[in-house]
Design a protein around this ligand. Structure first.
Ligand code: BQF
Length: 301
């Protein structure tokens, strides 16, 4: 019998804390964090994710702007829209909902987001900073996983962690963040040989694969912490993760459900990154206003 980690409850708690922090920010220095969410095309899953993000902004009291663009938009036009947002003082966070249409390079587009506004933490500069354990932002999904691990109270140093999946968005940064906490980390993927042998030695097993019932009971060590990052649909169209929950739950020590596990935490961490960006940008904006004033008084003389 596993303890079920309630990601929805943890995310609600974090969002309440952010709402309080936000009120204080507005009362103290009159700053309201602003998030711009760009969505290109009409992918139905992306629409749900974007609406979750806009709703969360309303809940914590941020300004938000949904920017719906045609799937026919050129890469050049999209980059121009990002540059516009980079230059706006009322926008602290910019995110481009992925995936993008095939004719647009995600690498080019993500590279154009001002690193100070990169609340998804996908730009090369911010990704590099995770690697050297000197970062401002963390990518939302792995950061959410770290919060859920913290919730168990289990010490991470020295633990055997296995991450299944090597994406730039989840697997790779997840591995870096666990290494930064002194865990021993193995990253598995589609070419891994004898996956069950590796996963069954994991104290902490994190699956980010994208296939229903991919993680079966034989792959899990007794008492392990099992974190399910997958967001899939089962044969009946119901939301499910990568883990065969009913089979694995009796064997695990802790387990996250889908829905209501990592998913809501992703959104909560986006709010955390956005308020952090707003605080840093507020200082910058004051500084640059000061410079403008200084330049003006100089030119007045
Ligand atoms: C829940 C995402 C794959 C590819 C791109 C709550 C979300 C999901 C589930 C959500 C995800 C997944 C998001 C639940 C954002 C997480 O209750 O279980 C929230 O909105 N997510 C995304 O923006 O892009 C993705 C998964």
């Amino acid at each position: 019998m596993a303890v079920i980690i309630d990601g929805k409850a943890v995310s609600d708690r974090i969002k309440s804390e952010i709402a309080l922090e936000n009120k204080k920010l507005m009362d103290d220095i009159g700053v309201m964090p602003g998030l711009a969410v760009i969505i290109v095309g009409n992918d139905s899953a992306s629409k749900i994710y974007v609406s979750n993000k806009i709703k969360a902004c309303e809940k914590v009291g941020f300004y938000s702007e949904k920017i719906q663009l045609s799937e026919k938009i050129s890469q050049k036009e999209l980059v121009a829209r990002i540059e516009e947002l980079n230059n706006r003082v009322d926008i602290d966070g910019i995110l481009v909902q992925l995936p993008l249409p095939k004719h647009i390079s995600e690498k080019v587009v993500l590279g154009k987001i001002d690193p100070r506004k990169d609340v998804d933490c996908f730009s090369p500069f911010n990704v590099g900073r995770i690697t050297i354990n000197d970062y401002r932002f963390l990518p939302c999904t792995p950061a959410g996983v770290m919060e859920l691990l913290k919730e168990t109270g289990v010490e991470l140093a020295g633990k055997n962690c296995v991450v299944i999946g090597r994406s730039n968005i989840v697997g790779k940064p997840m591995a870096m963040m666990l290494i930064n906490e002194s865990a021993t980390v193995t990253v598995c993927h589609s070419k891994t040989v004898n996956l069950p042998e590796i996963t069954s030695k994991a104290d902490i097993l994190i699956s980010a694969v994208g296939k229903p019932k991919f993680v079966t009971a034989d792959m899990v060590k007794d008492g392990a912490i099992v974190i399910d990052v997958g967001i899939n649909h089962d044969e009946n169209g119901k939301l499910c993760g990568d883990v065969d929950f009913n089979a694995v739950e009796p064997k695990a020590g802790y387990i996250t459900p889908v829905p209501g596990g990592v998913g809501p935490m992703t959104i909560a961490m986006l709010m955390k990154n956005t308020i952090m960006a707003a605080k840093a940008n507020a200082i910058l904006n004051v500084k640059s206003a000061g410079k403008t004033k200084a330049a003006k008084s100089k030119s007045d003389k």
